[in-house]
Design a protein around this ligand. Structure first.
Ligand code: NAD
Ligand code: UDP
Length: 313
């Protein structure tokens, strides 16, 4: 198959490229390198089945003969998506429109990488797909949250109006190798701070929770969702229901790096930071036979190894 991955030079996109190339597909990676890195796709550049196109999905694109599209282009880390919120919103909305048009022209199946952020600061816990969320429409996270919500709307409207073959996944916090050490997300921050003997920066008192999923589990879920034969469109939660406070995460990482001289310090909690987050994965289990397998310690160990070789804050 010929497969287009937008955001292919990013953290998740690069893992997806590796899997799809390994299965003998040809992969076109479209990325504007806003947060993505050439080093993530370096191993594929010599593969004749891999093509890199530097392009911003805010602008329309013409590619022929595409069978599947994975729309993963969008900055995902709060400091990056808040840097230029108008660009972030355009990426989700105009980018999705451009790719949905491309899917229509190519008669291709298209997946949208949506997010647990569509649930905002949830009042239902854990979050099932039927929960409509609690999102501030005018806050500093809204460019990302509302952009992703609007993208979901577009995907389902293209399906209803044009019969476009869509898949929508809601990804919960995911970590692993190929994250940018300077990306600003909590797992990469804490590990790199600990490796460099800098203090671990907990925002707020650290009682807020997240559920952290290792990248291999996510890639497995993505493949199962894209290839499901039951015409199951989603949205479906893909995340690990093991829930931890941010303080527990910091302590775990320091425990795993006993040689580190780092201590824990507290910084102000960013505005609208969700207090809790945990996926209900009943639907993914039922429709896809999927559940995550990698426990946090095992995933963190692999991520620490990666950052020991590649990290630098
Ligand atoms: P990332 O920042 O590593 O990757 C995003 C990629 O998209 C980068 O390579 C970036 O350069 C590219 N990009 C951004 N805007 C673009 C544009 N306008 N045109 C072309 N390319 C553009 O982030 P990631 O963690 O790999 O996230 C990938 C996708 O998954 C994103 O859509 C994100 O919203 C979604 N997601 C990720 C998580 C997570 O925990 N990692 C959680 C929920 C959703
Ligand atoms: N966080 C933190 N210290 C950091 C980075 C993040 O305490 O150095 C917190 C952040 O405030 C949030 C949680 O960790 O409560 C997860 O943050 P991240 O940016 O990784 O993801 P998101 O907030 O989008 O779930």
């Amino acid at each position: 198959m010929k497969i287009l991955i937008t955001g292919g030079a990013g953290f998740i996109g690069s893992h997806l490229s590796k899997k799809l190339l390994g299965e003998g597909n040809s992969v076109v990676c479209v990325d504007n390198l806003f947060t993505g890195r050439k080093e993530n796709i370096e191993p594929f550049l010599k593969n004749k089945n891999f093509e890199f196109v530097e392009h911003d999905i805010i602008n329309p694109l013409e590619i022929e003969g595409i069978d599947q599209i994975f729309n993963f282009a969008c900055p995902a880390s709060p400091p990056h998506y808040q840097k230029d919120p108008v660009f972030t919103f355009k990426t989700s909305v105009l980018g999705s429109l451009n790719l949905l048009e491309l899917a229509r022209k190519n008669n291709a199946r298209i997946m949208q990488a949506s997010t647990s952020e569509v649930y905002g600061d949830p009042k239902t816990h854990p979050q099932p797909e039927t929960y409509w969320g609690n999102v501030n429409p005018i806050g500093i996270r809204s460019c990302y949250d509302e952009g992703k919500r609007a993208a979901e709307t577009l995907f389902f409207d293209y399906n209803r109006k044009y019969g476009t073959d869509i898949r929508v996944i809601r990804i919960f916090n995911t970590y692993g190798p190929n994250m940018d050490p300077r990306d600003g997300r909590v797992v990469s921050n804490f590990i790199n701070q600990a490796l460099e003997d800098q203090d671990l920066t907990i925002y707020g008192d650290g009682s807020q929770t997240r559920s952290f999923q290792y990248i291999d589990d996510l890639v497995d879920g993505i493949a199962k969702m894209m290839d499901n034969k039951n015409n199951f469109l989603g949205p479906v939660n893909l995340g690990n229901p093991d829930e931890f406070t941010v303080k527990e995460l910091a302590e775990k990482i320091l425990e795993m790096l006993p040689e580190s001289k780092s201590k824990i310090v507290h910084k102000p909690l960013p505005e609208d930071d969700p207090k809790q987050r945990k996926p209900d994965i009943t639907l993914a289990k039922k429709e896809l036979g999927w559940k995550p397998k990698v426990k946090i310690k095992e995933g963190l160990k692999k991520t620490i190894e990666y950052f020991k070789r590649n990290g630098r804050l």
